[in-house]
Design a protein around this ligand. Structure first.
Ligand code: HEC
Ligand code: HEC
Length: 308
Protein backbone atom coordinates (compact mmCIF):
# COMPACT_ATOMS: atom_id res chain seq x y z
CA UNK A 1 0.00 0.00 0.00
CA UNK A 2 1.43 3.32 -1.09
CA UNK A 3 0.34 6.28 0.99
CA UNK A 4 1.15 9.92 0.43
CA UNK A 5 -0.30 12.03 3.26
CA UNK A 6 -1.48 15.46 2.17
CA UNK A 7 -2.69 18.57 3.95
CA UNK A 8 -5.73 20.50 2.83
CA UNK A 9 -5.34 24.11 1.88
CA UNK A 10 -7.58 25.75 4.49
CA UNK A 11 -8.17 29.45 3.74
CA UNK A 12 -7.38 32.14 6.30
CA UNK A 13 -10.03 32.78 9.00
CA UNK A 14 -11.68 29.37 8.41
CA UNK A 15 -12.28 27.05 11.34
CA UNK A 16 -10.23 23.89 11.75
CA UNK A 17 -11.62 20.90 9.83
CA UNK A 18 -12.06 17.72 11.82
CA UNK A 19 -11.08 14.66 9.78
CA UNK A 20 -11.90 11.18 11.11
CA UNK A 21 -8.88 9.20 12.28
CA UNK A 22 -9.69 6.27 9.96
CA UNK A 23 -9.84 8.39 6.80
CA UNK A 24 -6.87 10.73 6.93
CA UNK A 25 -6.17 12.54 3.67
CA UNK A 26 -3.81 10.93 1.19
CA UNK A 27 -3.13 11.80 -2.43
CA UNK A 28 -4.20 8.29 -3.56
CA UNK A 29 -7.55 8.44 -1.77
CA UNK A 30 -8.30 11.97 -2.88
CA UNK A 31 -7.68 11.32 -6.58
CA UNK A 32 -9.69 8.11 -6.38
CA UNK A 33 -12.61 10.01 -4.83
CA UNK A 34 -12.44 12.56 -7.60
CA UNK A 35 -12.49 9.87 -10.28
CA UNK A 36 -15.52 8.21 -8.65
CA UNK A 37 -17.42 11.50 -8.43
CA UNK A 38 -17.30 11.84 -12.21
CA UNK A 39 -17.85 8.16 -13.05
CA UNK A 40 -21.30 6.78 -13.95
CA UNK A 41 -20.04 3.34 -12.87
CA UNK A 42 -21.47 4.16 -9.42
CA UNK A 43 -25.05 4.31 -10.66
CA UNK A 44 -27.38 2.00 -12.53
CA UNK A 45 -28.85 4.70 -14.75
CA UNK A 46 -25.85 6.28 -16.45
CA UNK A 47 -25.60 9.11 -13.94
CA UNK A 48 -22.57 10.24 -12.03
CA UNK A 49 -22.56 12.58 -9.04
CA UNK A 50 -21.46 15.29 -11.47
CA UNK A 51 -24.60 14.86 -13.60
CA UNK A 52 -26.56 16.90 -11.06
CA UNK A 53 -23.73 18.61 -9.19
CA UNK A 54 -22.06 20.88 -11.77
CA UNK A 55 -18.82 22.60 -10.84
CA UNK A 56 -19.52 25.86 -12.70
CA UNK A 57 -22.67 26.24 -10.60
CA UNK A 58 -20.98 25.52 -7.29
CA UNK A 59 -21.69 21.81 -7.73
CA UNK A 60 -25.42 22.32 -7.84
CA UNK A 61 -27.72 22.47 -10.89
CA UNK A 62 -30.93 23.74 -12.34
CA UNK A 63 -32.38 20.25 -12.70
CA UNK A 64 -35.41 19.85 -10.49
CA UNK A 65 -37.15 16.71 -9.51
CA UNK A 66 -39.33 18.29 -6.87
CA UNK A 67 -36.16 18.97 -4.88
CA UNK A 68 -33.40 21.51 -5.27
CA UNK A 69 -29.90 20.17 -5.61
CA UNK A 70 -27.73 21.29 -2.69
CA UNK A 71 -24.28 22.64 -3.55
CA UNK A 72 -21.06 20.84 -2.64
CA UNK A 73 -19.17 23.69 -1.01
CA UNK A 74 -17.19 23.47 2.22
CA UNK A 75 -19.13 20.38 3.34
CA UNK A 76 -16.02 19.22 5.20
CA UNK A 77 -17.19 21.53 7.99
CA UNK A 78 -20.79 20.30 7.95
CA UNK A 79 -22.35 17.82 10.28
CA UNK A 80 -25.93 17.82 8.98
CA UNK A 81 -26.67 16.91 5.39
CA UNK A 82 -29.66 17.20 3.04
CA UNK A 83 -32.41 19.81 3.33
CA UNK A 84 -34.17 17.98 6.13
CA UNK A 85 -30.96 16.76 7.73
CA UNK A 86 -31.65 13.17 6.74
CA UNK A 87 -28.01 12.31 7.42
CA UNK A 88 -25.85 13.59 10.26
CA UNK A 89 -22.28 12.97 11.31
CA UNK A 90 -19.22 13.03 9.07
CA UNK A 91 -19.01 13.17 5.30
CA UNK A 92 -18.31 9.44 5.45
CA UNK A 93 -21.82 8.92 6.85
CA UNK A 94 -23.64 10.85 4.16
CA UNK A 95 -21.49 9.21 1.48
CA UNK A 96 -22.60 5.77 2.74
CA UNK A 97 -26.16 6.96 2.15
CA UNK A 98 -25.34 8.27 -1.34
CA UNK A 99 -23.61 5.05 -2.38
CA UNK A 100 -25.87 2.47 -0.77
CA UNK A 101 -29.27 4.12 -0.80
CA UNK A 102 -29.35 6.94 -3.32
CA UNK A 103 -27.26 5.30 -6.07
CA UNK A 104 -27.60 1.66 -4.91
CA UNK A 105 -24.10 1.18 -6.29
CA UNK A 106 -23.41 -2.30 -7.64
CA UNK A 107 -20.08 -2.98 -5.97
CA UNK A 108 -19.48 -6.01 -8.24
CA UNK A 109 -19.03 -3.66 -11.18
CA UNK A 110 -16.14 -1.97 -9.39
CA UNK A 111 -14.62 -5.27 -8.32
CA UNK A 112 -14.73 -6.43 -11.95
CA UNK A 113 -12.73 -3.37 -13.01
CA UNK A 114 -8.97 -3.97 -12.81
CA UNK A 115 -8.13 -0.25 -12.77
CA UNK A 116 -10.37 0.39 -9.77
CA UNK A 117 -9.11 -2.74 -8.00
CA UNK A 118 -5.56 -1.44 -8.29
CA UNK A 119 -6.51 2.09 -7.21
CA UNK A 120 -8.42 0.92 -4.14
CA UNK A 121 -5.57 -1.37 -3.19
CA UNK A 122 -3.17 1.56 -3.29
CA UNK A 123 -5.52 3.89 -1.46
CA UNK A 124 -7.04 1.64 1.20
CA UNK A 125 -4.94 -1.54 1.02
CA UNK A 126 -7.94 -3.74 0.19
CA UNK A 127 -8.22 -6.66 -2.22
CA UNK A 128 -12.04 -6.53 -2.37
CA UNK A 129 -13.67 -3.13 -2.76
CA UNK A 130 -16.54 -2.48 -0.32
CA UNK A 131 -19.17 0.26 -0.43
CA UNK A 132 -17.49 1.68 2.66
CA UNK A 133 -14.25 2.13 0.69
CA UNK A 134 -16.18 3.95 -2.04
CA UNK A 135 -17.89 6.23 0.49
CA UNK A 136 -14.57 6.98 2.20
CA UNK A 137 -12.85 7.88 -1.07
CA UNK A 138 -15.73 10.17 -2.05
CA UNK A 139 -15.55 11.85 1.37
CA UNK A 140 -11.90 12.71 0.69
CA UNK A 141 -12.82 14.51 -2.53
CA UNK A 142 -15.60 16.40 -0.76
CA UNK A 143 -13.15 17.65 1.87
CA UNK A 144 -11.10 19.21 -0.90
CA UNK A 145 -14.09 21.13 -2.31
CA UNK A 146 -13.17 24.28 -0.43
CA UNK A 147 -14.33 27.71 -1.49
CA UNK A 148 -12.64 30.57 0.33
CA UNK A 149 -11.09 32.78 -2.30
CA UNK A 150 -13.94 35.07 -3.28
CA UNK A 151 -13.73 38.85 -3.56
CA UNK A 152 -15.08 39.00 -0.01
CA UNK A 153 -12.23 36.77 1.23
CA UNK A 154 -9.68 38.90 -0.60
CA UNK A 155 -11.24 41.97 0.99
CA UNK A 156 -10.91 40.33 4.42
CA UNK A 157 -7.23 39.63 3.88
CA UNK A 158 -6.63 43.11 2.54
CA UNK A 159 -6.04 42.07 -1.09
CA UNK A 160 -9.16 43.65 -2.57
CA UNK A 161 -11.55 46.51 -1.90
CA UNK A 162 -15.31 46.43 -2.05
CA UNK A 163 -17.16 49.16 -3.92
CA UNK A 164 -19.68 51.42 -2.18
CA UNK A 165 -22.68 49.25 -3.03
CA UNK A 166 -20.96 46.05 -1.85
CA UNK A 167 -19.90 47.78 1.39
CA UNK A 168 -23.43 48.99 2.06
CA UNK A 169 -24.77 45.51 1.32
CA UNK A 170 -22.25 44.02 3.73
CA UNK A 171 -23.36 46.43 6.45
CA UNK A 172 -27.00 45.44 5.97
CA UNK A 173 -26.05 41.76 6.02
CA UNK A 174 -24.08 42.04 9.27
CA UNK A 175 -26.31 44.52 11.11
CA UNK A 176 -29.71 44.20 12.76
CA UNK A 177 -31.15 45.87 9.67
CA UNK A 178 -30.81 42.78 7.49
CA UNK A 179 -29.96 40.36 10.26
CA UNK A 180 -28.71 37.77 7.79
CA UNK A 181 -25.56 36.94 9.73
CA UNK A 182 -27.36 35.25 12.62
CA UNK A 183 -28.12 32.25 10.43
CA UNK A 184 -25.68 32.73 7.54
CA UNK A 185 -22.75 33.84 9.68
CA UNK A 186 -19.08 32.93 9.98
CA UNK A 187 -16.75 32.06 7.14
CA UNK A 188 -19.00 29.23 6.00
CA UNK A 189 -22.04 31.51 5.66
CA UNK A 190 -24.21 28.92 7.36
CA UNK A 191 -24.80 28.10 11.01
CA UNK A 192 -25.09 24.41 10.11
CA UNK A 193 -28.54 24.40 11.65
CA UNK A 194 -32.22 24.26 10.70
CA UNK A 195 -34.79 27.07 10.70
CA UNK A 196 -38.24 27.94 9.47
CA UNK A 197 -37.97 31.29 7.72
CA UNK A 198 -41.71 31.38 7.00
CA UNK A 199 -41.65 30.38 3.35
CA UNK A 200 -45.08 28.79 3.78
CA UNK A 201 -48.00 29.32 6.10
CA UNK A 202 -48.64 25.59 6.47
CA UNK A 203 -46.79 22.39 5.63
CA UNK A 204 -48.43 19.41 3.98
CA UNK A 205 -47.96 15.96 5.45
CA UNK A 206 -44.82 14.29 4.13
CA UNK A 207 -43.28 17.67 3.40
CA UNK A 208 -42.70 19.11 6.83
CA UNK A 209 -38.95 19.68 6.78
CA UNK A 210 -36.76 18.60 9.68
CA UNK A 211 -39.82 17.06 11.32
CA UNK A 212 -39.77 14.28 8.71
CA UNK A 213 -36.51 13.09 10.27
CA UNK A 214 -36.97 13.84 13.97
CA UNK A 215 -40.80 13.55 14.32
CA UNK A 216 -40.49 16.41 16.82
CA UNK A 217 -43.41 18.84 16.29
CA UNK A 218 -41.04 21.77 17.03
CA UNK A 219 -39.21 20.85 13.82
CA UNK A 220 -42.16 21.25 11.47
CA UNK A 221 -41.16 23.65 8.69
CA UNK A 222 -37.44 23.79 9.52
CA UNK A 223 -34.87 23.35 6.73
CA UNK A 224 -31.10 23.35 6.56
CA UNK A 225 -29.44 26.77 6.22
CA UNK A 226 -27.53 26.60 2.93
CA UNK A 227 -24.18 28.34 2.51
CA UNK A 228 -24.38 31.64 0.67
CA UNK A 229 -20.99 31.15 -0.92
CA UNK A 230 -21.35 31.12 -4.71
CA UNK A 231 -25.09 31.71 -4.39
CA UNK A 232 -24.72 34.29 -7.17
CA UNK A 233 -24.20 31.51 -9.73
CA UNK A 234 -27.14 29.39 -8.57
CA UNK A 235 -30.29 29.38 -10.68
CA UNK A 236 -32.79 28.43 -8.02
CA UNK A 237 -33.05 29.00 -4.33
CA UNK A 238 -34.69 27.39 -1.27
CA UNK A 239 -35.43 23.70 -0.74
CA UNK A 240 -38.09 23.68 -3.44
CA UNK A 241 -36.33 26.05 -5.82
CA UNK A 242 -39.18 28.55 -5.75
CA UNK A 243 -36.99 31.59 -6.36
CA UNK A 244 -34.77 32.07 -9.38
CA UNK A 245 -32.97 35.32 -8.50
CA UNK A 246 -31.28 36.70 -5.41
CA UNK A 247 -33.53 39.74 -5.61
CA UNK A 248 -36.57 37.49 -5.25
CA UNK A 249 -34.97 35.93 -2.16
CA UNK A 250 -34.35 39.36 -0.65
CA UNK A 251 -37.90 40.48 -1.45
CA UNK A 252 -39.05 37.43 0.44
CA UNK A 253 -36.96 38.32 3.52
CA UNK A 254 -38.05 41.93 3.22
CA UNK A 255 -41.80 41.39 3.37
CA UNK A 256 -42.77 38.09 1.76
CA UNK A 257 -42.67 35.64 4.65
CA UNK A 258 -45.56 34.14 6.60
CA UNK A 259 -45.44 35.43 10.16
CA UNK A 260 -47.85 32.79 11.42
CA UNK A 261 -46.02 29.81 9.98
CA UNK A 262 -45.57 27.08 12.63
CA UNK A 263 -42.25 27.29 14.48
CA UNK A 264 -41.22 30.40 12.58
CA UNK A 265 -37.76 31.45 13.71
CA UNK A 266 -37.94 34.18 16.39
CA UNK A 267 -35.40 36.23 14.39
CA UNK A 268 -37.95 36.61 11.61
CA UNK A 269 -40.53 38.25 13.86
CA UNK A 270 -38.59 40.50 16.23
CA UNK A 271 -40.80 43.31 17.60
CA UNK A 272 -39.05 46.02 15.52
CA UNK A 273 -39.43 43.84 12.42
CA UNK A 274 -43.22 43.69 12.62
CA UNK A 275 -43.47 45.24 9.18
CA UNK A 276 -40.58 43.42 7.60
CA UNK A 277 -37.05 44.70 7.01
CA UNK A 278 -38.21 47.90 5.27
CA UNK A 279 -35.41 47.78 2.73
CA UNK A 280 -35.36 50.36 -0.07
CA UNK A 281 -34.76 49.36 -3.68
CA UNK A 282 -31.18 50.59 -3.23
CA UNK A 283 -30.73 48.49 -0.05
CA UNK A 284 -31.88 45.39 -1.94
CA UNK A 285 -29.52 46.05 -4.84
CA UNK A 286 -26.69 46.55 -2.34
CA UNK A 287 -27.43 43.25 -0.62
CA UNK A 288 -27.38 41.47 -3.98
CA UNK A 289 -24.07 43.16 -4.77
CA UNK A 290 -22.63 41.94 -1.47
CA UNK A 291 -23.87 38.37 -2.00
CA UNK A 292 -22.17 38.39 -5.40
CA UNK A 293 -18.84 39.13 -3.71
CA UNK A 294 -19.08 35.59 -2.32
CA UNK A 295 -18.63 34.14 -5.81
CA UNK A 296 -15.30 32.35 -5.99
CA UNK A 297 -14.35 32.01 -9.65
CA UNK A 298 -11.19 30.09 -8.75
CA UNK A 299 -13.31 27.42 -7.07
CA UNK A 300 -15.82 27.26 -9.93
CA UNK A 301 -13.05 26.58 -12.43
CA UNK A 302 -10.46 24.88 -10.19
CA UNK A 303 -8.88 22.16 -12.34
CA UNK A 304 -8.10 20.03 -9.29
CA UNK A 305 -11.86 19.67 -8.79
CA UNK A 306 -12.89 19.17 -12.42
CA UNK A 307 -13.35 15.95 -14.40
CA UNK A 308 -10.02 14.14 -14.12
C1 HEC B 1 -30.34 13.12 -9.85
C2 HEC B 1 -29.56 14.24 -9.38
C3 HEC B 1 -28.46 13.95 -8.36
C4 HEC B 1 -27.39 13.10 -8.49
C5 HEC B 1 -27.02 12.24 -9.68
C6 HEC B 1 -26.64 13.23 -7.26
N1 HEC B 1 -27.24 14.13 -6.42
FE1 HEC B 1 -26.54 14.76 -4.61
N2 HEC B 1 -28.20 15.90 -4.35
C7 HEC B 1 -29.24 15.98 -5.24
C8 HEC B 1 -30.37 16.67 -4.62
C9 HEC B 1 -31.71 16.96 -5.27
C10 HEC B 1 -29.95 17.00 -3.31
C11 HEC B 1 -30.81 17.62 -2.22
C12 HEC B 1 -31.72 16.50 -1.75
C13 HEC B 1 -32.31 16.68 -0.39
O1 HEC B 1 -31.76 17.35 0.46
O2 HEC B 1 -33.37 16.11 -0.14
C14 HEC B 1 -28.60 16.49 -3.19
C15 HEC B 1 -27.82 16.63 -2.02
C16 HEC B 1 -26.58 16.05 -1.84
C17 HEC B 1 -25.79 16.18 -0.63
C18 HEC B 1 -26.14 16.98 0.60
C19 HEC B 1 -25.44 18.32 0.60
C20 HEC B 1 -25.76 19.16 1.81
O3 HEC B 1 -25.43 20.34 1.80
O4 HEC B 1 -26.33 18.66 2.77
C21 HEC B 1 -24.66 15.43 -0.82
C22 HEC B 1 -23.52 15.25 0.16
C23 HEC B 1 -24.74 14.84 -2.14
N3 HEC B 1 -25.90 15.26 -2.74
C24 HEC B 1 -23.79 14.01 -2.67
C25 HEC B 1 -23.95 13.32 -3.88
C26 HEC B 1 -23.04 12.28 -4.34
C27 HEC B 1 -21.82 11.80 -3.61
C28 HEC B 1 -23.53 11.84 -5.54
C29 HEC B 1 -23.00 10.70 -6.38
C30 HEC B 1 -22.81 9.44 -5.68
C31 HEC B 1 -24.74 12.62 -5.83
N4 HEC B 1 -24.96 13.51 -4.79
C32 HEC B 1 -25.49 12.50 -6.97
C33 HEC B 1 -29.25 15.51 -6.52
C34 HEC B 1 -28.36 14.58 -7.05
C1 HEC C 1 -33.61 32.50 10.85
C2 HEC C 1 -32.45 32.12 10.05
C3 HEC C 1 -32.21 32.87 8.76
C4 HEC C 1 -32.09 34.24 8.59
C5 HEC C 1 -32.24 35.34 9.61
C6 HEC C 1 -31.79 34.41 7.18
N1 HEC C 1 -31.73 33.20 6.55
FE1 HEC C 1 -31.41 32.89 4.57
N2 HEC C 1 -31.89 30.93 4.79
C7 HEC C 1 -32.18 30.30 5.98
C8 HEC C 1 -32.69 28.98 5.71
C9 HEC C 1 -33.11 27.95 6.76
C10 HEC C 1 -32.73 28.84 4.32
C11 HEC C 1 -33.31 27.64 3.53
C12 HEC C 1 -34.82 27.75 3.64
C13 HEC C 1 -35.60 26.71 2.87
O1 HEC C 1 -35.18 26.32 1.79
O2 HEC C 1 -36.66 26.29 3.37
C14 HEC C 1 -32.20 30.08 3.77
C15 HEC C 1 -32.01 30.33 2.42
C16 HEC C 1 -31.42 31.47 1.90
C17 HEC C 1 -31.01 31.64 0.53
C18 HEC C 1 -31.15 30.61 -0.57
C19 HEC C 1 -29.86 29.81 -0.69
C20 HEC C 1 -29.99 28.62 -1.60
O3 HEC C 1 -28.95 28.16 -2.08
O4 HEC C 1 -31.10 28.11 -1.81
C21 HEC C 1 -30.46 32.89 0.42
C22 HEC C 1 -29.87 33.52 -0.83
C23 HEC C 1 -30.56 33.51 1.72
N3 HEC C 1 -31.12 32.60 2.60
C24 HEC C 1 -30.12 34.78 2.03
C25 HEC C 1 -30.42 35.43 3.22
C26 HEC C 1 -30.28 36.84 3.43
C27 HEC C 1 -29.77 37.83 2.39
C28 HEC C 1 -30.73 37.10 4.70
C29 HEC C 1 -30.88 38.44 5.38
C30 HEC C 1 -31.80 39.37 4.72
C31 HEC C 1 -31.11 35.83 5.29
N4 HEC C 1 -30.91 34.85 4.36
C32 HEC C 1 -31.57 35.65 6.58
C33 HEC C 1 -32.04 30.87 7.23
C34 HEC C 1 -31.99 32.24 7.48
Amino acid sequence: MVETPIALNIPPFFPNMVIPEDNQMTAERLSLGRKLYYDPILSNNGRSCSSCHLQEMGFTSNVTSGFTVLPHINLGWNHHFLWQGGESGHLEDVMMFEVNDFFATDINKLNADETYKALFKKAYGVKEISSKNVAYALAQFFRSMISGNSKFDKYRSGEATLNISEMRGMNIFYSEKGDCFHCHGGMLFTDNDFHNTGLDATFAQGNQGRYEVTKNPNDIGLYKTPTLRNSGVRQQYMHDGRFTTLLQVIDFYNDGFHKNSPNIDPLMILPEKENGLQLTAQDKADLVAFLNTLTDTNFLSDTTLSHP
